[in-house]
Design a protein around this ligand. Sequence first.
Ligand SMILES: Nc1ncnc2c1ncn2[C@@H]1O[C@H](COP(=O)(O)OP(=O)(O)OP(=O)(O)O)[C@@H](O)[C@H]1O
Ligand SMILES: [Mg+2]
Length: 397
Amino acid sequence: MRILLYTGKGGVGKTSVAAATGLKLSRQGYKTVVISLDSAHSLADAFDLDNDLIRQPDDPVCQIDDRLWMQEINIQKDIKQYWAEIQSYLQTVLNVSGLDEVVAEEVAIFPGMEEVCALLYINQYYRQKSYDVIILDCAPTGESLRFVSIPTVLNWYMKHIFKLERKLAGVARTFVKKISSVPLPKDDYFQNLENLFDQIEGIDEVLANPEITTVRLVTNPEKMVITETQRAFMYFCLYGLTVDAVIINRILPDTVGEPFFNSWKQTQQRYIDEASQYFTNVPIWKIYLLDDEVLGIDGLTRLGDQLYADVDPVAFYRTEKSYQFHKVDDQYQISLLLPFIEKGEVQLAKRAEEVIVQVGGFRQHIPLPRSFMNAEPSSAKLTGDRLVITLADVQSG
Ligand SMILES: Nc1ncnc2c1ncn2[C@@H]1O[C@H](COP(=O)(O)OP(=O)(O)OP(=O)(O)O)[C@@H](O)[C@H]1O
Ligand SMILES: [Mg+2]
């Protein structure tokens, strides 16, 4: 099984590249599904599909070709399958707080549910080996990062909060039945959360395994887009995912000869050169601007033929893990690939079984190997592209 994640800034061409990759791979003989994780879906439009075709009742995927399927996550529908008790509890709470039933049903979708729902599908397809390749057409960068951070957040929640909440709810039900008008969650609610967690379990390892999953950052040769691509690269490293290609899309081809575009061409070349300096260990693939929008099978075929003329879409172009753990003499080291950041941007904390690394608004809990657990951080250094955190064993003095 191969999982390819395409992401980047809004409008750079993620959906077109993801769909073109799906088409290419299915024609190479791989059973492929392209899943759109963006709530503003446009995957069906890229394939130029008829609306009625998109989703048959009770079938989350829609077949496009012999070995090609696509799926647009439909949270309103999927919620009934996966989240029934959770949603009905939230809805009751919201009803009690004065919202009418229809509004409560809408509001009872909390942030992150769509991403969790996608993770459930991905894990299900992974466990059941339903496809050879899963291609993820992601939302713009920020939301994609939330998506890849969810397994860690859920793990943390289940470990630290869930059991306590369950216990408290049990106690509260027995002793203070009528103290507030807000109902306490029933046992079903907790059971359902637990089941959900079971279904998601393991997906974090699948996403962080560079021999299964790699991220491809789609970008355009413009200053703001390239800058965001560098940040995205760093954040994906923070969450333990491996980026194995940067795709520069919408490059003006040489056939565009009009003097009007001269400055544009120079500017684009400058950013292409800069990108190759920034991403030294990552292959950079180029796509030229086509002479029309990329729509339907023909457009996607042209885009895919151009992009994959010399490269194989499923091959692994980098398998370096973002984190490495070492023991050096009597010290332990975590070496974390974290390029393009300044020292002052990183905050660190250590809890019993984990080191918490925060950069800007994103935080990652790095679970420690058992042998590291009694060690306390003694230093952290940014050397080249890596943040090296040293821990010393407190027991050995
Ligand atoms: N190389 C290209 N040549 C011509 N048109 C392109 C090219 N790449 C993308 N486009 C067009 O640009 C538009 C945006 O592309 P696309 O929807 O793939 O971007 P996106 O990154 O998925 O956007 P969003 O962030 O809104 O999801 C589409 O109309 C698409 O047809
Ligand atoms: Mg898109």
